[in-house]
Design a protein around this ligand. Structure first.
Ligand code: A3P
Length: 419
């Protein structure tokens, strides 16, 4: 038996060291824990004066009960809606929104900005490759989420849920009753909040880096390719004048279908209803990241800004090579004929779906995704035709019409020819 006096971070460090090294074996270890670890908010290096985010967030009471809670069981804390922009997100993000808003942009940053399911991952890999001279070897070695961080990823899940995933991921990987016990005790003592930075480090050590928090993104070497689903007004207000932004849009019919499958696949959404009900949630702005049209229109209206490149998923489907060329030109990194040919092949759906650094199948290993499908799912324009009843399609048409009235944004929902 060993008796150890440590603070909580040392405790976990020691526990992991023991489990990992497997040199010494103790029948039992009693950890006496000092719980004085201070909470450390993100302290961004580049930020001179802290900017105040004007957007405020209010709980959406309807998301705490009734059919909504049945359809989205993991949303234990409900969702919140912002004022004045009516952006729908998680309470956890809301708590951290101002920190994220304060991440200082750099001149060599490239933001890949999208509403979810518009082809983010596809364009993220494209941009990373263009910026890194098509270094396919490096691309193979590291997950895209590490090469190109997802800005708000660590701040999306309700704490209790994040805690559950972190605990399960560690226990699954460590496969040791000792680790199970330690994790149970930490949850019991409510110590997970304090330990979160360390736990994330532990997950990275055991499973390979898979998450980056704001401090890490802040300190990352440039040029950074940063993914975000946040509308532009929730990013640092100097982003567009400082960095480059590639904004990807997709027609809402395919986005609804893709988002529906995604909400079933991801365990932190775990949507249990049908597609028709999901389309209703989507059209009435009761899904994460809603409302759809203002997100796109905000970027659409800025499309002539020299630092913003607006691209449609459907154009990538029609002419991938041509769109790669345009993005490379926008980024000031023209490609050789050979690089262009190789990158086009690399990004084709069939190759992309098999690529383990982008296809997110790793999410199944750590329990974030179930086996109901794949993150890189179908990759087609017009898949909605296999899903919508004529009645639902008509309702969606009316909704699109109402939201596009007075704007010059139009969508392509079918393609005669695509990859
Ligand atoms: P589907 O669900 O319609 O197949 P995001 O990365 O923004 O979450 O977008 C995911 C959508 O982009 C999914 O759509 C996915 O299959 C599609 N996608 C990803 N890589 C693609 C590729 N190389 N070619 C075409 N579509 C791709």
């Amino acid at each position: 038996m060993r008796l150890a006096y440590m603070d909580v971070q040392e405790t976990l460090a020691a526990a992991f060291a023991i489990v990992r090294r497997k040199k010494k074996r103790y029948n039992s270890i009693v950890f006496i824990v000092r719980t004085s670890v201070p909470h450390r908010p993100a302290k961004m290096s580049g930020a001179k004066e802290r900017l105040q985010l004007q957007e405020k967030f209010d709980l959406m009471p309807e998301t705490l009960g009734g059919q909504f809670r049945k359809d989205f069981p993991p949303y234990i804390d409900g969702l919140v809606r912002s004022v004045p922009h009516r952006y729908v997100t998680t309470p956890e993000y809301a708590k951290n929104a101002e920190d994220i808003y304060n991440l200082a942009p750099r001149p060599d940053d490239i933001y890949v900005s999208t509403f979810p399911k518009c082809g983010t991952t596809w364009v993220q890999e494209l941009v990373w490759m263009v910026v890194n001279q098509c270094d396919f070897e490096k691309g193979k070695k590291e997950q895209l989420s590490i090469r190109s961080p997802f800005l708000e990823m660590n701040y999306m899940l309700p704490m209790k849920l994040a805690e559950k995933f972190e605990k399960e991921a560690i226990c699954r990987k460590a496969n040791s009753p000792l680790v199970d016990k330690i994790m149970e005790l930490l949850c019991y003592w409510n110590l997970m909040d304090w330990l979160r930075p360390f736990i994330r480090k532990a997950i990275s050590l055991v499973m390979g880096d898979c998450l980056r928090d704001l401090d890490q993104i802040d300190q990352m070497a440039g040029p950074r390719v940063i993914k975000s689903h946040l509308p532009l007004y929730l990013l640092n207000p100097t982003v567009l004048n400082t960095s480059k932004v590639v904004y990807v849009a997709r027609n809402p019919k395919d986005v609804i279908v893709s988002y529906y499958h995604y909400h079933r696949l991801l365990e932190f959404h775990h949507y249990t209803g049908n597609l028709e009900a999901f389309a209703d949630y989507f059209m009435t702005d009761r899904v994460y990241s809603a409302p759809f049209f203002p997100h796109l229109l905000d970027a659409w209206n800025k499309r002539h800004h020299p630092n913003l490149h607006f691209v449609f998923y459907e154009d990538l489907k029609r002419n991938l090579r041509g769109e790669i060329e345009k993005i490379a030109k926008f980024l000031g990194k023209p490609l050789t004929e050979d690089q262009l040919a190789k990158l086009t092949e690399h990004l084709r759906f069939d190759n992309f779906a098999k690529n383990e650094t982008v296809n997110c199948e790793i999410g199944k290993e750590i329990g974030l995704m179930n086996n109901s499908g794949h993150f890189i799912r179908k990759g087609k324009t017009g898949d909605w035709k296999n899903h919508f009843s004529p009645e639902l399609n008509e309702r969606i048409d009316k909704w699109m019409q109402a939201n596009l009235e007075g704007t010059d944004l139009r969508f392509i929902t079918e393609l005669e020819q695509q990859d």
